[in-house]
Design a protein around this ligand. Structure first.
Ligand code: DX5
Ligand code: ZN
Length: 221
């Protein structure tokens, strides 16, 4: 099964973003973490910055919104031309209406859940989404440890998607490295976000992406 490796530029050098975007051309998508210091206790950047990233990135954008009031703000990121826009279930009043709006604008629509949020209420809504992001750390910061206890959510999602005949991408984000990616692939994930293990690891980003891809493929169904 094909796997997707999406490096997170949260771990890049913000002063040399263009260089760090160009160094991950073998990636499937570039993961862009938008944080508002409200939904999560950290702040990154907003639409103006994401618009410039969209202008210069050789790889399409996988925008992960860790912001409150997603219903109001998420469509703007789709309008910038992002390939995929993922909002948090905990931050949206009407996830289905928002996903429909994102698709209408032309983006893939994703929904994310924090480690403590149950996935069951969303299983029957899967046709509305192109991607489900199962957070494998508490959102807000890079460099945290992978939480294997959330893996059962991936099994539930994989079964629900198969039952409904859907090709919904199952993404994991947080603590993904060559050591942990196999656990997530085994559990059913097929789309992997990796910040520290791409940008702050021993090899160069291209080597690190290749190592992650090989490890994931070995364990994917
Ligand atoms: C965390 C972000 C992640 C982060 C992952 O809230 O959503 O995308 O960049 O970083 P690593 O891979 O270092 O855990
Ligand atoms: Zn993220």
């Amino acid at each position: 099964m094909p796997v997707r490796i999406n490096p997170s530029i949260l771990a890049a050098d913000f002063v040399n973003l263009e260089r760090d975007l160009n160094s991950i051309q073998t990636a499937d998508l570039v993961h862009v973490d938008v944080m508002d210091n409200h939904f999560v206790p950290n702040l990154t950047f907003g639409p103006q910055m994401v618009g410039r990233i969209q202008d210069v990135s050789p790889v399409p954008l996988d925008v992960h919104l860790m912001i409150s009031d997603a219903d109001r703000w998420a469509p703007g990121y789709a309008e910038l031309g992002a390939y995929s826009v993922t909002f948090h279930a905990e931050a949206a009043e009407n996830p289905v209406a928002l996903a429909r709006r994102l698709r209408e604008i032309g983006a893939r629509a994703g929904i994310a859940v924090k480690p403590g949020t149950a996935i069951e209420p969303y299983l029957e809504l899967l046709p509305e989404f192109d991607q489900v992001l199962v957070m494998t750390v508490e959102p807000g910061f890079g460099g945290q440890s992978f939480m294997p206890e959330v893996m059962p959510k991936l099994g539930l999602l994989r079964d629900a998607a198969a039952r409904q005949g859907l090709d919904v991408w199952l993404q994991v984000d947080g603590g993904i490295s060559a050591d942990t990616i196999g656990i997530a692939a085994e559990a059913g994930a097929n789309t992997f976000v990796a910040g520290s293990s791409v940008y702050n690891s021993n090899g160069d980003p291209t080597e690190n992406i290749a190592a992650l891809r090989a490890a994931a493929e070995q364990h994917s169904h």
